[in-house]
Design a protein around this ligand. Structure first.
Ligand code: NAP
Ligand code: BGC
Ligand code: ZN
Length: 356
């Protein structure tokens, strides 16, 4: 079967012919429809994040998938059911985090991530999985369901942000997303959704107009902030202080500037995955501000089943135009290299293996 892989020693995706997997007892066989590409996939291909499955000379890419149950293989799944797979798998049976339904909180070394670290991903015509790692989604999600996984990452961060502020009356009004990549834009769409109820939302980028991401930001009713003109710590003076900041740039300075962008009692969530970078910061000012203004800053990675369910609701509530404008390219597996290209006009691309 066809698969999109990165080979050891290479830093580009390639189409490969690999064996179709045979489901083991307790596993189902899934027919892949679509697999999305995000910043993490680029980091994996470039060798800056994740790692190959032990002993293999290649890794099947992709962790944002939507698929159909092709062979239930004795599990209680229904053939033809549309599903979204989760990303993490335990390295050993009985892992306490996985048993509790909290794989996203497992420390490094206790898990693999399909398509990212130590395990093959979903960019292949078929893959296998146990049902506990498959989330059923409605049939209407055949084209858009690959967005459930990245949205679930944002759901987790929002849930944790509220949890850090749950000991007092916190009614956030202003929200700032750092980064106008796919994760940033998906999160922005959540912040402007009436269920989340941020009155005013902002999104930071570093692009000139005209640009499709700026169009989306403004169409969502949010304000575009250009980091080349206004740095993150200058945003309170240039616009207003933020109750919530969500970092999705992977630009390490933003992690610390976030503290200065917050209103007292505000919270900042860090999601970007930067490379090593040493730079100077005023640690004293940062420490003082966190303490004297009751601010919080936390990191957030991956997501659990509850957050996948929440993501299904968010995806249903997004305006149709938003998903259409966000997905700028649908490619055949043989066009994988093009699917991974970035540049003008590219926001979110997807590799399509099949349709429903
Ligand atoms: P992406 O496509 O790389 O998007 C990052 C965006 O940030 C790009 O649009 C980039 O702008 C913008 N940006 C970078 N530096 C900037 C700066 N100094 N000022 C303004 N804008 C800046 O990645 P993504 O898929 O949206 O994901 C975002 C980050 O989150 C990545 O690091 C990814 O690995 C990580 N991630 C983490 C999780 C998690 O669970 N923690 C989940 C998914 C993704 P240009 O395009 O103009 O360069
Ligand atoms: C994935 C998460 C994963 C994280 C770190 C993100 O792009 O969506 O599921 O935990 O990368 O590898
Ligand atoms: Zn991802």
């Amino acid at each position: 079967m066809k698969a999109v892989v990165v080979r050891r020693g290479e830093t580009r995706p390639t189409i490969a012919e690999i064996d179709e997997p045979t489901p083991e007892t307790g596993e189902a066989l899934l027919r892949t429809l679509r697999v999305g590409i995000d910043g993490t996939d680029h980091e994996v291909v470039e060798g800056n994040h994740g790692g190959f499955p032990d002993g293999d000379d290649h890794q099947v890419l992709g962790h944002e998938a939507v698929a159909v149950v092709a062979d239930a293989n004795g599990t209680d799944l229904e053939e033809g059911q549309l599903v979204v797979p989760t990303v993490r798998r335990p390295r050993e049976d009985g892992n306490a985090y996985f048993e509790r339904g909290e794989p996203d909180m497992a420390p490094d070394g206790e898990y693999v991530e399909r398509g990212i670290v130590g395990a093959h991903g979903y960019m292949a015509e078929y893959f296998t999985s146990t049902p506990r790692f498959l989330v059923p989604v409605p049939d209407t999600f055949a084209e858009s369901g690959f967005l459930v996984e990245p949205i679930s990452n944002a759901e987790k961060a929002l849930e944790h942000a509220h949890a850090t502020r749950s000991a007092f009356e916190w009614s956030p009004e202003t929200g700032l997303v750092l980064g106008n990549g796919p994760l940033g834009l998906l999160t922005l769409a959540m912040l402007v959704d009436e269920r989340t109820a941020f009155s005013r939302a902002y999104c930071l980028g570093r692009r000139d107009r005209p640009d499709p991401t700026i169009d989306i930001i403004e169409e969502l009713g949010a304000t575009y902030v250009d980091s080349r003109e206004t740095s993150v710590d200058e945003i309170p003076a240039a616009h207003e202080p933020m109750d919530f900041v969500y970092e999705a740039t992977g630009y390490a300075r933003h992690a610390f500037e976030t503290v200065h962008a917050l209103r007292p009692n505000g919270v900042g969530a860090l999601l970007g995955i930067p490379e090593d970078w040493s730079f100077e910061i005023d640690g004293g000012a940062l420490h003082r501000e966190l303490v004297l203004q009751n601010k919080a800053l936390f990191g957030s990675v991956n997501s659990n089943g509850r957050q996948f369910e929440a993501a299904i609701h968010s995806l249903k509530s997004f305006p149709e135009w938003f998903v259409e404008d966000l997905v700028t390219g649908v490619y055949e597996p043989s066009e994988a290299e093009t699917a991974f290209e970035t540049g003008d006009g590219v926001i979110k691309t997807v590799v399509e293996f099949d349709t429903l």
